[in-house]
Write a protein that binds this ligand. Structure first.
Ligand code: NAP
Ligand code: ZN
Ligand code: ZN
Length: 347
């Protein structure tokens, strides 16, 4: 066992505190990563606060990890000491089910092993990236292209892939009218990626306060959802809507913005159910879908796509003692557009 420095939540209601956690000894297929940066995803907050169900505490979260390989197991062939690598939302899967065999590990029928708060194969609870080191099996470790600035790369491992995957699956591209609901961590990546794919991009944010930013990120249009005229003016006008909102929204209002055969994909994950009226789907033969992160193969494809298109997240670098304040700012939609922890401040 390796004892490493970390930040952990002692319970659902207390602030995160500095502590130590255990990492397993390196197995033949494992790599040891010295973490350089770790992003703060809203899922970290949902999880530690118990929004998605009770957890085992203390719990270290964080699933947007970049770092350098410092040691490799005897059978490792995919990575070498010194490589710049990333780890996202999952660290293993069953490798045998229909979905794993199809390369869709995120949809493992036995449940993928989450980077944190999951039961690992040795029965322990996985602990995430707000720490100095992590041990991960080699084929769940991604290559981070040299051209992506290291201190900005971390959010790609969740916010990047979670938006790239549905944009790619539902063919965002030239001639497609794509709306992004919520301009936070996921939303700002959705705008950048959809724009790079060639789609016509509209941001639907609560207010116009981030309009200048949204247009700079690559949006063609920007509307406030607190303005009722938005829902009248944009009726039947999108082919694809990506909803990144972390709270319950009025689905029918957004679904009515879909054109014929349009799809609204939910990636936002509030703890409460999202009600909808089926007649809203009947009109225009609309679809309502969900999408969870992305596969390992697709995550590498996304990293390479971002390198090729010069895409990197907008980040605010923080030291670990600012995590609790950062959480409050995320909850207040006051994030521009992803907090990234400098892991050297965790030690
Ligand atoms: P975030 O940075 O907090 O962004 C969420 C945005 O939603 C906010 O910036 C805000 O945008 C909008 N919003 C927040 N509260 C709202 C409300 N009450 N009504 C309307 N809009 C509201 O969070 P994130 O890290 O991007 O994550 C977003 C959600 O995706 C979370 O629920 C997270 O758990 C989930 N998630 C899902 C997956 C997946 O695999 N499906 C992966 C990662 C994250 P404006 O200020 O522009 O309105
Ligand atoms: Zn996430
Ligand atoms: Zn599986």
């Amino acid at each position: 066992m390796l004892t490493v420095d970390a930040y952990a939540a002692p319970s659902a209601t207390e602030p995160l505190v500095k502590t130590t956690i255990e990492r397993r000894d390196l197995g033949p297929n494992d790599v040891l990563i010295e973490i350089a940066y770790s992003g703060i995803c809203h899922s970290d907050i949902h999880t530690v606060r118990g929004d998605w169900g009770s957890q085992k505490y203390p719990l270290t979260v964080g699933h947007e990890i970049v770092g350098t390989v410092t040691e490799v197991g005897s059978d490792v062939s995919l990575h070498q000491v010194g490589d710049r690598v990333g780890v996202g939302c999952m660290v293993n899967s069953c490798r045998e089910c229909e979905n794993c065999l199809a390369g869709q590990q995120q949809y493992c029928l036995k449940g993928n092993t989450g980077t944190y708060a999951s039961v690992d194969r040795d029965g322990t609870i996985t602990q995430g990236g707000y720490s100095t080191h992590v041990v991960v099996v080699e084929d769940f470790v991604l290559r981070v292209p040299e051209s992506i600035p290291f201190e900005k790369a971390a959010p790609l491992l969740c916010a990047g892939i979670t938006t790239y995957s549905p944009l790619s699956h539902w063919n965002a591209g030239p001639g497609k009218r794509v709306a992004v609901v919520g301009l936070g961590g996921l939303g700002h990546m959705a705008v950048k990626i959809a724009h790079a794919m060639g789609a016509e991009v509209t941001v639907l944010s609560q207010t116009l306060s981030k309009k200048d930013d949204g247009l700079k990120l690559g949006a063609d249009h920007y509307y406030a959802t607190k303005d009722e005229a938005t829902f009248r003016d944009l009726k039947n006008s999108f082919d694809l809507i990506i909803n990144t909102v972390s709270a319950v929204i009025d689905l029918d209002a957004y679904l009515s913005l879909l054109a014929l055969d349009g799809t609204m994909v939910n990636v936002g994950a509030p703890g409460q159910p999202l009600p909808l009226h089926v007649f809203t789907l009947f009109g225009n033969r609309r679809s309502f879908a969900g999408s969870g992160i992305g596969s390992i193969g697709e995550t590498q494809e996304m990293l390479d796509f971002c390198a090729e298109h010069g895409i990197a997240p907008e980040t605010e670098l923080i030291s670990a003692d600012y995590i609790n304040e950062a959480y409050e700012r995320v909850l207040n939609s006051d994030v521009r557009y992803r907090f990234v922890i400098d892991a050297s401040t965790i030690a």
